[in-house]
Design a protein around this ligand. Structure first.
Ligand code: ATP
Ligand code: MG
Length: 567
């Protein structure tokens, strides 16, 4: 099945969310001639995370639903933090999620000239001025939400003087930080964003797209709304923290006199047991707490992809969580539920053992190799069958045997029978132990020939079914087992004197060996499997011809819920 195939069949039967209600009302009223045009506007200062995925699914999803279009626009107004690497990764991630911006790939930096013209309009109207106060003074004079700010001594410069200074700023006559352009609004406004916000600053740094053409750069707040306007976006969907910026965006659009998109805010996605701010994720990468932006423990799209998440599972997650007007935290186990549900239908089963103990079937011919037929995916008859070699010596999971089991233990124990998946029923006869440690080194069993598929007792029932691997055929692989990256649900909320990094989980990655059935030799990087009873796994790009490396995406069941109670 292709990654995107299931998507068209998904018809979410749910009521409209508040954004859809707004859009449908706009369409009904014939606003914008019924057009729906959204955009996803990342700043290329880091890799995208699952929160961005939510925003991508929302913007592209709404356009799809209302026969509209979506732009991808880089809000690249800060040359200091932005890099081409991030641009490339963002393009890859949006595409991988299954969305297509067609020819509509834009950059705020494409509009620098236009934005400059807008600033000139404001200056000419007496609505913007050049201020010579250093950044600290500007911020000190801004006041607090309860105390009004103080007007800049440069506020009453003439239009001519402002124009001349702004041109000289552009011409590179002043060093970084010497002057800024500010909007002339209201230093007593209860909304801090309206207290003469900075519109342009001087930064003598080369930009990844415009090179050295500019040494003044628009602030995000001056670029964002105007870029939406230039692109004739109908619905500018953004996260709640921009609600307080909206009066400023409206003011700018009105004073410049250009088309006004409608801004709608929704609550950003927060996920338990992780952090989501790009700044914090960058810290984890730079300080080597993880192996890179695509470390499978990261909440980045590239990390989730490498871990083995499918685009469908992430889109489905975004749909299930819906859009909220208030901040909330989504339990990461919901994301895990979505990948399990998807892979249950999609991933072929293989058998493998992570912590092996040897089984010797004493009454099985020493040199015989039988090819057992196993269903590739019982949930999907089209997935077919494969052959799994069965021999006298097998591995099973060490924890599937107990010498002295409690009553409710239905796996292997002395004198007890279990079925080996797709093979025989075996009975435990005796164990061999290490004379020093007393650890079990081999379990001697007998098998019942009549219990194989096609034999008279093939339907005989026993309580336990175990996965196994033929010892001489087992393929040794490196297995990476992941746990939560943080040990607390809300690492952002660090105690005083602590940082989010103090809550990193030291056991978030365990590297062990696994022994898999030989069909795994055909696996390629990116393939996903269910290892029977152990979980869903993906083949990591670190794999070589000689050695496979597999990531556990999730265990089969939400074992975390149980552990949490135990602690
Ligand atoms: P961060 O705060 O993680 O650094 P950001 O908001 O600075 O992210 P941008 O590149 O500006 O990142 O975000 C691009 C788009 O993604 C914006 O429209 C933003 O509102 C949206 N977005 C970012 N984080 C989330 C989130 N956690 N949930 C939903 N949408 C988000
Ligand atoms: Mg941002």
């Amino acid at each position: 099945m292709s990654e995107t195939q299931t998507r068209k069949n998904e018809k979410p039967a749910r009521s409209l969310n508040f954004i859809e209600e707004i859009i449908e009302e706009d369409i009904r009223k014939g606003k914008n001639d019924g057009r729906v045009h959204t955009r996803f506007p990342p700043e290329p200062n880091g890799y995208l995370h699952i929160g961005h995925a939510k925003s991508i699914c929302l913007n592209f999803g709404l356009a799809e639903k209302y026969h509209g279009i979506t732009n991808l626009r880089f809000d690249d107004t800060n040359p200091i933090k932005e890099e081409v690497e991030y641009v490339d990764s963002i393009l890859e991630d949006v595409r991988w999620l299954g969305f297509d911006w067609e020819k509509r790939l834009y950059y705020a930096s494409d509009y620098f000239e236009q934005l400059f013209e807008y600033a000139v309009i404001l200056i000419k109207k007496g609505m913007a001025y050049v201020c010579d106060m250093p950044a600290e003074e500007i911020s000190a004079s801004r006041g607090t939400p309860t105390r009004p700010g103080k007007e800049s001594p440069f506020r009453n410069r003439t239009v001519e003087e402002n124009l001349a200074l702004f041109m000289r700023m552009r011409a590179g006559e002043f060093p970084d930080g010497a002057r800024v352009l500010r909007a002339k609004i209201d230093m007593t406004s209860p909304n801090m964003h309206m207290r003469d916000p900075v519109l342009y600053r001087i930064i003598h740094t080369s930009h990844h797209r415009t090179g050295n053409k500019w040494c003044i750069y628009p602030m995000y707040d001056f670029a964002h709304g105007q870029s939406d306007s230039i692109e004739h976006i109908t619905h500018s969907i953004c996260t709640l923290e921009f609600e307080v910026h909206r009066p400023l965006y409206d003011w700018l659009i009105r004073e410049i006199g250009i088309y006004a998109p409608r801004q709608i805010e929704f609550a950003r996605l927060n996920l338990s047991y992780t952090v989501m701010s790009k700044r914090k994720l960058l810290e984890l990468v730079k300080e080597n707490y993880v192996k890179g932006w695509d470390d499978p423990r990261m909440p980045t799209i590239s990390g989730l992809r490498r871990r083995g998440y499918t685009p469908d599972s992430i889109r489905n997650f975004a749909e299930i969580i819906g859009v909220a007007k208030r901040d909330n935290v989504i339990d990461v186990s919901l994301l895990e539920f979505c990948i399990r549900e998807d892979l249950n239908k999609r991933a072929n089963r293989v058998m493998g053992v992570i912590n092996p103990v040897k089984i010797i079937i004493d009454n099985y011919p020493e040199t015989l190799v039988e090819e057992m037929e196993a269903a590739n995916n019982p949930e999907n008859p089209d997935a077919g069958i494969r052959k799994v070699p069965f021999t006298r010596e097998l591995f099973i999971e060490r924890e599937d045997f107990l010498e002295d089991p409690p009553k409710q233990f239905f796996r292997l124990a002395p004198g007890r029978e279990v079925r080996l998946r797709a093979a025989y029923i075996i009975k435990c006869e005796r164990v061999e132990k290490d004379s020093v440690t007393q650890a079990v080194t081999a379990i001697h069993c007998t098998y019942d020939l009549n219990t194989k598929s096609g034999m008279p007792d093939s339907n005989r029932k026993v309580k336990g079914t175990l996965h196994w691997v033929s010892a001489p055929h087992a393929v040794e692989v490196d297995v990476r087992l992941y746990d939560r990256l943080f040990v607390v649900p809300d690492p952002d909320n660090a105690e005083e004197g602590k940082s989010f990094k103090d809550y990193l989980n030291p056991d978030s990655l365990k590297e062990v060996k696994g022994y898999l059935e030989p069909s795994i030799r055909l696996a390629k990087s990116g393939d996903r499997y269910q290892l029977e009873r152990l979980g869903y796994f993906s083949v990591d790009p670190d794999s070589t011809e000689k050695r496979l490396v597999i990531n556990r995406i999730v265990p089969l069941k939400d074992s975390w819920a149980k552990t949490e109670k135990k602690n």
